[in-house]
Write a protein that binds this ligand. Structure first.
Ligand code: PNZ
Length: 398
């Protein structure tokens, strides 16, 4: 028997070994194939808007988080961006770049801490540059409000917690850290205000919204604190907002809906509070639950929210038994569909709006052109343990 030569020259791939083995068994050897060319990153041909982005915290080994990307119409895995320790990610307004907020410790799990905002090329999935920020970013799960950007995309905003709460402002045009806003002490989560280039709100410990407008230099130009919007002890709200074209919708642990509309003078006007629940819902103790647990499709003004029955104190992060849909104009429930144990969602705007949900691992994609969400695709194993799934809607993902 002719023995194959197992000496592998530099650059030979495993494939060559396979070819040699085949020839050893007497089958005619295939012509040698070219060794894979490394190009310094993938080239993803699917347009940014046609992808789904899954921020995988890989909760059981958080030092290794990554942003997984999938083709929205086939569910095919396209590639990933490494986001290091408990990374947070968002797209630039034009979708061409991915911004990552993350933390590096000198020795991975110890040593000097460096926090950065990184810019990644969203087509090559390759690193472009980084901006050092104060090593104070919140060690939080991937709630949307931990890492946002202004409506015009000029400034990126990072929620800090030392545990004193502050907000870092990063200028993405000049690639510089601008400022740490400390007037947000006692307030939590960054909510860019719809229809504004440079304003965001944050939810304060007394139930008020603090709204801040940045100037061209990224520094605080003005700020306004509202009257308390909700009674903090009696009816705490989820920090996840639904975004209207001119305002925000919040829901409390007990299923009450708080609507804040932004006035021309920058003030917030609160609509009367209403409840998602009717008497029979209350009898079965239906309550909202999850992480990024609700979303509004602003064109239809429909609210999507994860709900579960038999709610108790502490069940506010339970998975969804159902997704309930409300028409915010009539304040009526217009649909309810199985929740598939989802924990987070987001809405992708556009001509054919979609609802994306994730249960930690699996993504469900729903067509939401009609009041009742229609499941169109499931991507199984989209993450190890992820609490954030995103699309891209031409900069509308504030
Ligand atoms: C998941 C990750 C972390 C936590 C809950 C759920 N409470 C932390 N998950 O499903 O990926």
């Amino acid at each position: 028997m002719k023995k194959p030569a197992f000496r592998i020259s530099t650059g030979a791939s495993l494939l060559s070994v396979a070819v040699l083995l085949v020839s050893a068994s007497g089958v005619r050897a295939a012509p040698p194939l070219p060794v894979e060319q490394l190009t310094g990153g993938h080239t993803v041909k699917t347009a940014p808007a046609d992808r789904i982005y899954v921020m995988d915290a890989v909760f059981f080994h958080l030092t290794d988080s990554r942003l997984n990307q999938f083709d929205r119409s086939t569910g095919k895995f396209l590639g990933m961006i490494p986001t290091s320790f408990n990374g947070h990610a968002q797209l630039s307004k034009d979708g061409k770049q991915v911004y990552v907020a993350t933390t590096y410790f000198e020795r991975v799990t110890r040593g000097e801490r460096t926090d950065v905002v990184e810019v990644w090329d969203n087509d090559k999935l390759s690193f472009m540059r980084e901006i050092k920020i104060p090593p104070k970013r919140a060690g939080a799960l991937n709630y949307d409000g931990m890492f946002r950007q202004t409506g015009d995309g000029r400034f990126v905003l990072v929620q800090n917690a030392t545990p004193a709460a502050s907000v870092s402002v990063i200028d993405m045009k000049n690639s510089t850290f601008v400022d740490e806003i400390t007037s947000t002490a006692g307030c939590w989560s960054i909510i860019p205000l719809p229809g504004t280039p440079r304003s965001f709100s944050t939810i304060c410990g007394d139930g008020a919204l603090l709204s801040i407008t940045l100037g061209d230099d990224g520094k605080v130009a003005s700020q306004k604190r509202s009257e308390p919007m909700f009674p903090v002890k009696d009816d705490p709200i989820f920090i996840t907002p639904g975004r209207l074209s001119d305002g925000l919708v919040f829901v409390s642990f007990y299923g009450n809906v708080y609507t804040a509309r932004l006035q021309k003078d920058g003030a917030m006007k609160f609509a009367p509070v209403w409840s998602l629940l009717d008497e029979s819902d209350r009898a079965k103790r239906w309550v909202p639950g999850g992480y990024n647990l609700l979303a509004v499709e602003p064109r239809s003004e429909r609210l999507y929210i994860f709900m579960h029955p038999d709610g108790v104190e502490g069940s506010h992060k339970n998975p969804a038994a159902e997704i309930w849909v409300y028409d915010l104009k009539t304040r009526k429930r217009v649909a309810r569909v199985p929740g598939k144990d989802a924990l987070s969602m987001s809405v992708v705007q556009g001509k054919k709006p979609q609802l994306l949900t994730i249960d930690g691992a699996n993504v469900n994609i729903y067509d939401i052109s009609n009041p009742e969400p229609k499941l169109v695709r499931t991507i199984t194993g989209a993450a190890e343990s992820a609490l954030q799934v995103m699309g891209y809607a031409g900069g509308g993902n504030g």
